[in-house]
Ligand binder design. Structure first.
Ligand code: NAD
Length: 296
């Protein structure tokens, strides 16, 4: 049945997600702090409230899609939790640290609400097409309550466990992704120096035990996978700045848990440097250029 959904944070991801909820028949009350985002939302037919508090006042569900954890905690604390009706379900979909997600969860519960963390992967294309993957942390009941809305915006929805564990799964996945993308790039550069053709290496690795998304879909050299960012001068895709952000969250989790994750730490260093150089706006598979030029 249709729900009243407050959707806060109408940026690259939030706006197309909100559009899909609207198209599925839900009543959407949007809000963003930035005039250009408000304008774009209105143009897309999404009613925009005068403030975050107004947007959540008569909502059944509040979805937040903000840049970072500090925005979530701040908005929960100063405005949203007090303005919502008791028992409102807060779905927090930004990518934030595990401990920030748990802090947000505790704040929501203390204010008499329900909360799940539900970060996504799939990027803007997945948001537009309603094919995001959601990784969800929270109670069974709250997951069940969130599911019908998540199914409108995504196609693969996994209940990962209790509060914070959606973010935990996200950070672990992206650590694997970063390490494997670096490994594939190193292998292509090593192969080049040994006289190995890109296509030959691709034909072997993509069908052998080194197979992974970083080669079969996001192949860092042009040719073997025509749709990979390497074929369009590393236009993203998944931008270096976002990978660097996610690895910063991974590093935070590694340090808090004293995990011996040397590959993850190294990947964080490598992508922090990539994003600080010319990589922020390039696909993260562009790391191969830095490796080839001895800039890593
Ligand atoms: P974005 O910067 O385009 O959008 C975030 C929006 O939140 C901005 O428009 C900002 O004005 C708004 N905002 C901040 N504080 C607010 C508040 N208190 N009230 C209302 N609006 C507020 O970012 P994005 O690319 O849409 O990403 C959003 C989140 O999703 C991030 O945490 C990001 O890491 C994650 N994510 C992004 C992608 C991607 O490909 N862009 C993929 C997966 C996950």
């Amino acid at each position: 049945s249709p729900a009243v959904v407050a959707f806060l944070g109408l940026g690259h991801m939030g706006l197309p997600m909100a559009k899909n909820l609207l198209a599925a028949g839900h009543e959407v009350h949007g809000f963003d702090l930035v005039p250009a985002a408000i304008e774009a939302a209105r143009t897309a037919g999404i009613p925009v409230a005068a403030s975050g508090a107004d947007a959540v006042a008569d909502a059944d569900v509040v979805i937040t899609m903000f840049p970072a954890g500090k925005h979530v905690i701040e908005a929960y604390r100063t405005e949203l939790l007090a303005a919502a009706r008791p028992g409102t379900l807060f779905i927090e979909s930004s990518t934030i640290a595990v401990d920030e997600a748990r802090a947000a969860h505790a704040l929501a519960l203390a204010a008499g609400h329900r909360n799940v963390d539900a970060p996504v992967s799939g990027g803007v294309v997945g948001a537009e097409n309603g094919t995001l993957a959601f990784m969800v942390g929270g109670s069974d009941d709250d997951f069940a309550a969130a599911l019908p809305l998540l199914e409108v915006m995504g196609k693969r929805i996994v209940h990962c466990g209790g509060p914070g564990l959606g973010q935990a799964a996200k950070v672990c996945n992206n650590m694997v992704l970063a390490v494997s993308q670096i490994a594939v790039a190193e292998a292509f550069v090593l192969g080049e120096r040994l006289g190995l053709e890109h296509q030959a290496l691709f034909d072997v690795v993509s069908q052998a035990s080194g197979q992974c998304w970083s080669i079969t879909t996001n192949c860092p050299v042009p040719g073997p996978v025509p749709t990979s960012p390497a074929n369009r001068d590393y236009q993203p895709g998944f931008a270096g700045a976002l990978m660097a952000k996610d690895l910063g969250l991974a590093l935070q989790a590694i340090e808090q848990t004293s995990t011996d994750a040397r590959m993850g730490r190294l990947a964080q260093e490598i992508y922090a440097a990539f994003a600080a150089g010319d990589g922020a706006g390039r696909d993260f598979s562009g790391i191969i250029t830095d490796i080839r030029d001895d800039r890593v």
